[in-house]
Write a protein that binds this ligand. Structure first.
Ligand code: ZN
Length: 398
């Protein structure tokens, strides 16, 4: 905790660069109280640790604040000072009485009110969603930043992200999806962008690093778009991952395998047009090859060239598959839920670029060429390589 009340009732914030000598003498003459529970708190001025206020043992409030780590307090303080240096009106440990929530930092920027939460310890999905929803209701833009020690690359451009990580995903005005993190030890931001999951847990992503000294708020809210060029890497990982789960299918995957078998399809003989990454792929937790096969079965399989495809109907079928849990939508508290169909729309755009369909109007596509289903492994291999060779530039645009 970096703020406390003095005996006169004013707020004293350690966010404002106080020198140790001054704090030492102040500690002799002033008493400090917790702004939440009103109990007396001690001003800690150790050499190793960040200056902070601490509850005495035995208070209930202690449990909430004392679980706050030094890493968290350091980060919160650095982010607060960083905003102040940019002349952005900010308040540390601001308490909103209406929603009863205390974002780490509240700030005003570009006509908007932000609630910044620097989150270093895992919290439940329920709490995350509840806090986020309350911020939205009170017209805050939530800005959740995950502690940098939670983000580790497995290999270059490959990250393992849990459901908790995905909670931090936010969408910029330009519809870019970003996962921001900050490390107070390295004093740098790391922003993951162009996140293309190839399995529930693993993803390809671009990683941008900014030192806090050189970064401005815009670099975090709307970093410059970095064109994606990881398609071949994604394809490799996606194929390996598909191979893996086909050998050890979960009950849902078994259901999928049975359904395609009834349609005389075989996972290893699916055409290269099925299982493509699109920009909003990550909104759908189910692997691309699965949801796109369902789409093929629901909207394309029984169509002949020139037949029309109604996007409303596609959406109904998609939602039915969600209800029956054949398709799972990722839980992304900061992104409106209805957005997930966007991934399907982007897939249709991709099919149009590939010459499979033509867009007739906002809700209608027309089949141009049927997707050819390979008959043998050899044919599949040949078509796959030819497809990648021929459509390299289209596929890079995800
Ligand atoms: Zn307290």
């Amino acid at each position: 905790m970096l703020n406390a009340k003095t005996s006169s009732g004013t707020t004293f914030s350690l966010g404002n660069h106080y020198r140790k000598e001054n704090l030492l003498s102040l500690r002799k003459t002033e008493k400090f109280f917790c702004p939440v529970c009103g109990e007396a708190v001690s001003l800690k001025l150790g050499n190793q640790r960040i200056y902070h206020f601490s509850h005495r043992s035995g208070t209930v409030c202690r449990d909430i604040f004392e679980s706050e780590t030094i890493y968290h307090m350091e980060g919160k303080l650095q982010l607060y000072q960083w905003l102040k240096e940019q002349q952005i009106p900010a308040e540390l440990e601001y308490f909103d009485h209406i929603i009863g929530q205390r974002p780490d930092i509240m700030f005003h920027y570009d006509g908007n009110k932000y609630a910044l939460e620097f989150q270093c310890s895992p919290i439940t999905e329920e709490i995350f969603i509840k806090r986020t929803d309350s911020y939205f209701q009170q017209n805050y833009i939530p800005l959740w930043i995950i502690g940098g020690n939670h983000i580790k690359a497995k290999r270059s451009n490959v990250f393992s992200l849990s459901n908790f990580h995905y909670f931090f995903l936010r969408e910029t005005k330009g519809r870019q999806l970003l996962l921001p993190s900050y490390c107070p030890e390295e004093k740098q931001f790391q922003i993951l962008s162009s996140i293309l999951p190839y399995s529930i847990k693993n993803t390809i992503a671009n990683s941008l690093h900014f030192s806090i000294q050189n970064a401005g708020i815009e670099d975090i809210l709307t970093p410059k778009w970095i064109a994606h060029s990881n398609f071949s890497k994604w394809l490799n990982e996606h194929e390996k991952s598909t191979m893996y789960w086909s050998l050890h299918p979960s009950p849902d995957q078994n259901r999928f395998l049975r359904e395609i078998y009834h349609h005389n399809l075989n996972l290893y003989l699916l055409p290269p047009e099925i299982g493509l990454p699109v920009h909003h792929s990550l909104l759908i937790q189910t692997p691309a090859i699965v949801w796109q096969t369902y789409l093929y079965l629901d909207a394309l399989e029984d169509k002949s060239p020139n037949d029309l495809i109604n996007l409303k109907e596609v959406e109904r079928n998609f939602n039915d598959r969600i209800k029956t849990k054949e398709i799972t939508i990722r839980k992304l508290p900061q992104i409106p839920r209805e957005t997930s169909f966007l991934a399907v729309k982007e897939y249709f755009l991709q099919l149009e670029r590939l010459g499979i369909v033509i867009k007739r109007n906002e809700t209608t596509y027309q089949l141009q060429n049927r997707i050819y289903i390979p008959k043998t492994n050899r044919e599949k291999e040949e078509r796959r390589n030819e497809f990648i060779q021929k459509n390299r530039t289209i596929l890079a645009k995800t």
